[in-house]
Design a protein around this ligand. Structure first.
Ligand code: GCO
Length: 470
């Protein structure tokens, strides 16, 4: 058995990470602009956070300059053979203050992009929110303000009214675990808040309600049938051995809150797909848990058509005396350039867990790795590690399909090397190399290899990729 005939093969990106043009054509600022532009105060009092917050003081000001080079980028996607492209909308590009006056030029950009994709035979998969919250709305309280639900609905409506006749696949939020826990809990990501548990959970509650309102608005305003979902992280564990006990241990950990925070699966997915927060979380957070008003949970649990999960790694778990236990990896365990463990089994166990618990079609909306890539003397970018990594992960994904997991598509992260948040341009995740001085694009070997996977619908995964030049 192999991938279903209509399996969607794509690549992904997000607005702030690739577009640049941060103050062009009327774009407003987002919390990531603010964070990137923060500079150390020379001689001033010691900051709560050492600055600059981003590696080497990098910013997304120019990034890949995709805003001005989208035609070239779509042509590259077509040459690779992508069937689909996942991108996000910069909220403050289309609504500079987050609500109110619309920036037509910003909307025009996405309109053109969608047309170019469709003309190239590439299906657009659009994410409304990939972390770049409008600064103006943040100053009004951001996700802590219950009005944020209405703000998000307005954003969704503006985008749906312009693109909803052509875009048929939508995601409301990308990785709430990251922008909430890391952005509002740990202070690592923009807007760098360190809220207490009660406030963090309140911000999360409003984000989940915004997701629900987003689903309603997209359904009401888009033309024709549309598929709506969202794209959380799948916090993935896999069984250390094939024993039934270890399998149960992995599943159990994926279904629980491991720590006193919201880096987990169920706080979001149970709310969205079951209409209730998970019991273990409610017990753990006690009086800090949100007190949903009448109708809140119904709003959060609007019916979705699919779930997208972002999976890069997983951790081995075993059962010890009836209790799940994390297993320490060997010191020589393979790592990516980012020092993330290479864990192909995560692409089997993650989707399997999600599908068994929520019984909904699954897309892998992100998976990939950063490598230390450069342009060789022959003008090409040889990235065998990306090929090997992706092949291993896709073989596990195929095994999940064979075992009956309802998988609909796979999006490689990322189409281009881009602004990797706090790591700046240090981590290269692209199928296409970007020289951040000249902005020249060079298609990597892995992109051509992936194009072959796509054109054979995964059959070529059985071939040794290293017997030929890409
Ligand atoms: C994500 C992030 C991406 C990252 C990627 C690699 O959704 O995880 O959305 O923006 O760049 O995950 O870290």
């Amino acid at each position: 058995m192999t991938f279903p005939n209509n399996f969607v093969w794509g690549a992904a990106s997000s607005a702030y990470q690739i577009e640049g043009a941060w103050n062009t054509d009327g774009r407003g600022e987002s919390v990531w602009d603010t964070m990137c532009h923060a500079r150390p105060s020379v001689g001033g009092p010691v900051n709560k956070f050492p600055q600059p917050a981003i590696w080497n003081g990098h910013t997304g000001d120019v990034a890949c300059d995709h805003y001005h080079r989208s035609s070239e980028d779509v042509a590259i996607m077509k040459s690779i053979g992508l069937k689909a492209y996942r991108f996000s909308i910069s909220w403050s590009r289309v609504l500079p203050d987050g609500i109110g006056s619309i920036n037509t030029k910003g909307l025009d950009f996405y309109d053109r992009l969608v047309n170019e994709l469709l003309a190239a035979g590439i299906t657009p998969y659009t994410t409304l929110f990939h972390w770049d919250y409008p600064e103006t709305l943040f100053r009004k309280g951001g996700w802590l303000n219950r009005d944020s639900v209405q703000w998000f609905a307005e954003f969704a409506q503006v985008v749906a009214d312009r693109l909803g006749d052509r875009v048929k696949h939508w995601m409301t939020l990308n990785e709430p675990q990251v922008f909430l826990q890391f952005g509002h809990g740990d202070g690592h990501n923009a807007p760098r808040l360190r809220l207490g548990t009660r406030e963090l959970l309140l911000a999360c509650h409003h984000a989940l309600m915004s997701h629900g309102r987003g689903v309603q608005v997209l359904r009401a305003r888009c033309k024709g049938p549309q598929q709506v979902g969202y794209a959380p992280v799948c916090v993935t564990k896999y069984p250390f051995t094939d024993s039934k006990e270890d399998q149960a241990a992995a599943m159990q950990v994926m279904a629980s809150l491991e720590d006193h925070n919201i880096w987990c699966n169920t706080w979001y997915n149970d709310a969205i797909f079951f209409g209730r927060y998970p019991e273990d979380g409610l017990r753990r957070f006690g009086a800090d848990a949100p007190k949903p008003a009448a109708g809140d949970m119904e709003l959060i649990s609007q019916k979705c058509d699919f779930i997208g999960v972002n999976i890069y790694e997983g951790a081995p778990v075993r059962m010890r005396d009836g209790k799940p236990e994390l297993v320490t990896r060997e010191p020589t365990h393979p790592l990516t350039a980012y020092r993330w463990p290479v864990e192909p089994k995560s692409l089997y166990w993650g989707p399997k867990f999600i599908h068994e618990r929520y019984k909904i079609p699954v897309y892998i909306t992100e998976n990939g790795l950063s490598c230390v890539d450069w342009v060789s003397m022959d003008g090409r970018v040889h990235d065998p590690q990306r090929i090997d990594f992706t092949r291993r992960y896709l073989l596990e994904l195929r095994r999940a399909v064979t075992d009956g997991v309802d998988l609909r598509g796979y999006f490689h992260w990322s189409i281009l090397d881009n602004f990797e948040w706090n790591e700046g341009y240090k981590e290269r995740f692209g199928l296409v190399h970007v020289d951040f001085t000249t902005l020249k694009r060079t298609v990597k070997d892995s992109a051509r290899w992936y194009g072959n996977v796509i054109s054979t619908n995964g059959k070529s995964l059985d071939e040794d990729p290293f017997t030929r030049a890409w």
